[in-house]
Design a protein around this ligand. Structure first.
Ligand code: FBP
Length: 552
């Protein structure tokens, strides 16, 4: 493979570790803190995790290493969507494992959790690992979305582990994958299989966080990448002064990415799904918010602007949520009848006959393309594939309609030329920022410390992240501490609670305090490209979200 100059330079980069992990491994000791409780439903979760509930928090510190010495064979898995820095979690894990004992072995299971079930793996060597240091992507072993959740799968995993003498599995994933890591850890403990399970918090969506996990890895780089692009578009808009740009950004459910990009770039409008749900806003009302900004700016002669839309928006609009739920049920219950319809007119009549009157009213005002997207193939769980719905185009159509009405009423007299964009895959495999390169390497290094001290059912944690890396703290928390019971596929299941944008949190409050000004005036800020070399004040800073959350 040809190497770019940046790739060659990044190979030389030494990720920064927290002070307590920089010592010789013989000088890193584990210090146990308090016993833990799950965030709610304690009794039920204790019952479900009799072997791994209530374990103590762990922190690492300088001191004599008291871990039991044993030959370690560790398996690692990348699970779910790509996130910048995944390679560094693996290089950090590898370095700690080899520094502890050159004879230790790291196996990488290929293409996600299915690699473990199919016993499809590679054994890492120095040469192989070195080609991936500080690079973006998950192509080191590939990723996948197979869920590791049934007893049958766990039994296969146990057999594969026994075949290779595996002592621990490290799962790099989001809330679902780490929930499953906790269930797998409990299974291995119950079966006395001698296999520990450790998780690492990944997802660009930023929705795996709590009082201990300050940020999931990849969020920093992905939002910086999108913010660079949005800033560039803002500058173009302000130069040409003729387009409104509607930009959808990834984030399947929570709006953390949209909010962070708004804090970085100060667009005219940014929609936050969690607020829309709380206020039970209709599509018409949302279009009204954007049209209001368009009209105010047009009155000042500014027929241009930028709107940020979170990917998950429509599922948070109550009337659309109801429509989608009805469609999912309908297309499951009457699958054969609906599947036999070929002409659009017949499909439309089917909807009219079968949807509730309220839902059909919402359906019929949608642009034709969106109606068709809502009726596309379902995902494996029978749900509409929300990420394939072009919400940015939907909003343009609705705003255009609203502005035409306003023109008739005489409340708007401008020009509205809109363009749409979707930024998602552009940011998931970028070269990790210095923050993500350092954070991920530390997470992986620390995961091995947890392994060597015999912990299982823990998530690797690196905290105090808005301080310089040397001041970061390393440790682990039992995954069960983050769990509660939620309704999933008709049953109450123990899961890690997904972190949505908190409307009383500092990042949203800052945005809410400034958005009226941004809606009318041109207040754009241009973050520019991620910088890897130069002053720390430019290269090592993390997100505005984290800084505001930590009072910076
Ligand atoms: P993870 O939660 O698995 O990290 O993935 C998040 C995400 O990037 C979302 O932002 C997006 O909706 C989704 O993955 C896209 O998934 P796919 O890669 O399967 O198209």
């Amino acid at each position: 493979m040809e190497l770019s100059p940046l790739q060659i330079a990044r190979y030389e980069y030494s990720p920064k570790l927290p002070e307590m992990l920089k010592h010789d491994i013989s000088q890193i000791k584990a210090v146990e803190g308090k016993e833990t409780e799950s965030v709610s439903d304690q009794e039920k979760i204790r019952e479900l995790f009799p072997n791994t509930y209530g374990m103590k928090e762990v922190a690492f510190a300088k001191g004599e290493n008291h871990a039991e010495k044993k030959h370690q064979v560790v398996g690692v898995i990348l699970s779910g969507g790509q996130a910048p820095g995944g390679h560094n979690v693996i290089t950090g894990l590898y370095d700690a494992l080899k520094k502890t004992d050159k004879k230790n072995v790291l196996l990488g299971f290929k293409n996600g959790p299915s690699g473990l079930l199919e016993d499809d793996y590679i054994e890492f060597t120095d040469e192989y690992i070195d080609a991936y240091r500080n690079t973006g992507g998950f192509d080191i072993i590939g990723s996948g979305r197979t869920k590791l959740e049934t007893e049958e799968q766990f039994a296969v995993a146990k057999e594969v582990c026994a075949r290779h003498g595996i002592t621990a599995i490290v799962i790099i994933g989001g809330d679902d994958s780490n929930t499953n890591a906790a269930v797998l850890a409990e299974y291995m403990a119950r079966e006395k299989a001698g296999v520990q399970v450790i998780g690492c918090p990944k997802t660009i969506d930023g929705d795996l966080k709590n009082d201990v996990i300050e940020i999931s890895f990849g969020f920093d780089t992905a939002t910086k990448t999108y913010s660079e692009l949005i800033g560039n578009i803002e500058r173009d808009a302000n130069s040409a002064k003729k387009y409104w740009h509607f930009i959808k950004v990834m984030g399947r459910s929570a709006s953390h990415i949209a909010l962070e990009c708004a804090l970085e770039t100060q667009p005219n409008v940014c929609l936050i799904s969690e607020e829309i749900e709380k206020k039970a806003m209709s599509l018409n009302e949302i279009a009204g918010v954007i049209a209001d900004s368009v009209a105010k700016r047009a009155a000042d002669g500014n027929n241009f602007g930028v709107v940020i839309i979170p990917e998950g928006l429509i599922e948070f609009v109550p009337e659309v949520k109801k429509l989608i739920a009805e469609l999912n049920d309908l297309m499951a219950i009457k699958a054969t009848e609906f599947g036999a319809l070929v002409e659009w007119q017949d499909k439309y009549s089917f909807m009219k006959a079968n949807l509730s009157a309220d839902s059909f009213k919402v359906f019929e005002v949608l642009p034709l393309d969106i109606e068709k997207q809502l009726l596309m193939d379902r995902d494996p769980h029978g749900n509409v594939q929300v990420s394939r719905i072009e919400t940015e185009k939907l909003m343009i159509a609705l705003v255009d309609k609203k502005l035409k009405e306003m023109k008739k009423e005489g409340t708007y007299n401008g020009k509205f030329n809109a363009l749409n964009h979707f930024f998602g895959y552009e940011g998931r495999c970028a070269f990790p920022s210095n923050f993500d390169a350092d954070y991920c390497y530390s997470l992986g290094y620390n995961a091995f410390m947890l392994v060597s001290y015999g912990y299982t059912g823990y998530l690797s944690t690196i905290s105090n992240l808005s301080a310089p890396a040397t001041e970061w703290k390393a440790g682990g928390i039992p995954i069960t501490k983050m769990m509660n019971l939620e309704q999933r596929h008709g049953e109450k299941k123990p899961v890690i609670r997904k972190a949505l944008v908190e409307l009383d949190g500092k990042p949203f409050q800052y945005f809410a305090a400034h958005r009226d000004k941004w809606a009318k005036e041109t207040c754009y800020t241009f973050p520019g490209a991620i910088q890897y070399y130069g002053p720390a004040s430019v290269c090592d800073i993390t997100t505005r979200t984290l800084a505001l959350e930590q009072g910076k």
